[in-house]
Ligand binder design. Structure first.
Ligand code: CP
Length: 339
């Protein structure tokens, strides 16, 4: 039975259900689909962290369907919210999410929430506790706009891009998810989802990262399970250049591993110095099978990937970002039963 009640985690959906959404995304893209089917509906967008693509693509998708959207930015024209249970609220936070989410559910027809990891409590993040608490409070469909552990909307746009690039040959292609340096310790939501999507797509998947930057065992195991459904295995390598051999896609992403919760200084040194040479360069792209370059954006030029990579015709990061609109329009249509 298709579960279109929420869109909070890819794990709630079968491949068939996600491909059904992606078929709709391809259709609304090719038709430049616009209608007034959702007139009178309101999409609430609650951003605890900044955004360019997620915010604008959801606002645009809602407008294309005739719906209104309303932006809630805690602390920026909106009260600040306490998310922990049982707290004596005599500090800076003015309202508890227990009230806020129930109130917003009374106004909005769908609620989207972005809340990154604070990188303080690993088990809390690994279990996506904050998003789950909001999910328990919301009485309308909830969309994950990037939580501590997953970025499913990005994953859908990535999958749509891969299908556009390779069509029914996708299962014969090699996708490399490569760690890259970054001045900041970034959360694992995007690589967690990118690995799952690559595995679900049926492609050959290699995770290239320094040993200290390894994704969590549960994430690897989930991707292995998804790959096995296609008779494939996830390959893991700490040799970036060897991993790039014969690749058809290089998906670059920076992230900090669970060690960052215990030792931020150690990770800072690894991130910027020890593995500072993991930047994606034109020379490294030359080792591949003329690979396409993917990144979720925003990207730090000449840190994560060189200008020559981003400005090359093989870079598809703008196409990826464009597909956020179409994939999310399809998600809204499914949640609102418009298709
Ligand atoms: N990739 C992505 O989610 O972009 P924003 O952070 O700009 O929304």
């Amino acid at each position: 039975m298709t579960n279109y009640k929420n869109f909070t985690s890819l794990s709630n959906f079968s491949n068939e259900e996600l491909l059904d959404i992606l078929d709709l995304a391809a259709r609304v893209k090719s038709d430049d689909y616009r209608s007034q089917e959702a007139a009178g509906k309101v999409l609430g967008l609650m951003f605890f962290n900044p955004s360019l693509r997620t915010r604008t693509s959801f606002e645009t998708a809602a407008a294309h369907l005739g719906a209104a959207s309303t932006l809630i930015q805690p602390g920026q024209g909106t009260w600040t919210f306490e998310g922990n249970q049982g707290v004596v609220m005599d500090g800076g936070k003015t309202e508890h999410i227990k009230e806020a989410i129930q109130v917003l559910s009374g106004y909005c027809d769908v609620l989207g929430v972005r809340a990154f990891s604070a990188m303080e409590d690993f088990e809390y993040d690994k279990n996506d506790r904050f998003l789950k608490t909001i999910s328990e409070l919301a009485t309308v469909p909830l969309i994950n706009l990037e939580s501590a552990w997953e970025h499913p909307c990005q994953g859908m746009a990535d999958w749509q891009t891969l299908r556009e690039l390779f069509g029914d040959q996708l299962g014969k292609k090699k996708i490399v998810l490569s760690w890259a340096p970054h001045p900041n310790a970034l959360p694992m939501a995007v690589p967690n989802t990118a690995l799952e999507v690559a595995a679900r797509s049926g492609a050959d998947v290699t995770l290239a990262c320094p040993r200290e930057m390894m994704l969590e065992d549960t994430v690897i195991a989930n991707a292995q399970k998804r790959a096995a459904e296609h008779g494939k295995n996830i390959t893991i390598s700490d040799d970036q250049q060897a991993a790039f051999d014969d690749a058809d896609v290089i998906y670059a992403k920076s992230w900090a591993p669970s060690l960052v919760y215990k030792n931020k200084e150690k990770i800072a040194e690894l991130r910027t110095k020890t593995y500072g040479d993991w930047t994606i360069t034109a020379d490294k792209m030359g080792l591949t099978n003329n690979a396409r370059f993917m990144h979720c954006l925003p990207i730090r030029r000449n840190v994560v990937a060189d200008d020559a990579v981003l400005d090359s015709p093989n870079a598809v990061h703008i196409q990826q970002a464009g597909n956020r609109l179409h994939a999310q329009k399809a998600i809204l249509m499914k949640l609102w039963n418009l298709s």
